[in-house]
Design a protein around this ligand. Sequence first.
Ligand SMILES: [Zn+2]
Length: 219
Amino acid sequence: MKNEKAVVVFSGGQDSTTCLFWALKNFKEVETVTFQYGQRHSKEIEVAKEIADELGVKHTVLDMSLLNQLAPNALTREEIDIEHEDGELPTTFVDGRNLLFLSFAAVLAKNAGARHLVTGVCETDFSGYPDCRDVFIKSLNVTLNLSMDYQFVIHTPLMWINKAETWGLADELGALEFVRERTLTCYNGVIADGCGECPACLLRKRGLDDYLQLKEEGR
Ligand SMILES: [Zn+2]
């Protein structure tokens, strides 16, 4: 893969930034694409742009506001609370998001001469999102190849690792501090360690604490 080009689906968060470092290590050329779909915090787009600039990779922002028009959700609407009831999809789930994002990323990639797509979806900390499952990604990969008669390969470096291991991967790539200080995961739009209260911050912190503890114990 060293001589080839990849497009990273990039949100400026912990996971996709770790994927970006992974791609920079594994491909000759890397570009990023960020989707604007009416996120509560437009800061996400700014953070993604800053990181891409700093790492010297091309960054494209695509307008996907139609997604908010079609599927109102807690990530885009202030009046919808972030909730996860047993047996139901969380209110942060956006119907069709990864299907649409990866499809558009593939169109962009093909036109940029890249056949590799990188995404931070993960089945391990499975919060019930059907479009984060490996079987969905493999199915979409086949569909994209058939639709454009092109040999795409969708890479999911985080698919089978947990949050602590994702921090471990960032560390292995020499990017632990960068990911910790520069990325935005928080639902309340607070960069780095975040607000400390929302579900995204709690998940991120638990993973980091676990990883740092394991590291200290030399495991
Ligand atoms: Zn937060």
